[in-house]
Design a protein around this ligand. Sequence first.
Ligand SMILES: [Zn+2]
Length: 89
Amino acid sequence: MSGSPEMLSCREVVELVTEYLEGALSEAEEVRFEEHLAMCDGCAAYLDQMRTTIALAGRLDPEAVDLEACDRLMHAFRGWKADPEGRAE
Ligand SMILES: [Zn+2]
């Protein structure tokens, strides 16, 4: 079978980004992945962002990045609550 390869959806691309960066995709998948990127600015930007994130984090761990953002939110939240004069209700 050597027909026209099915185009990946954006959602599939997002799901495959980690594996793509790890080089875990098959050759055929990689081709389809890159074909989508060539035509889709959104996914290209997403991949770029992932690469930057990984470069900053020094490893491939998107969940850890999420947790970090969450942690920052918690800090902001606690900062508010810790201010006793902020809320005199
Ligand atoms: Zn896309």
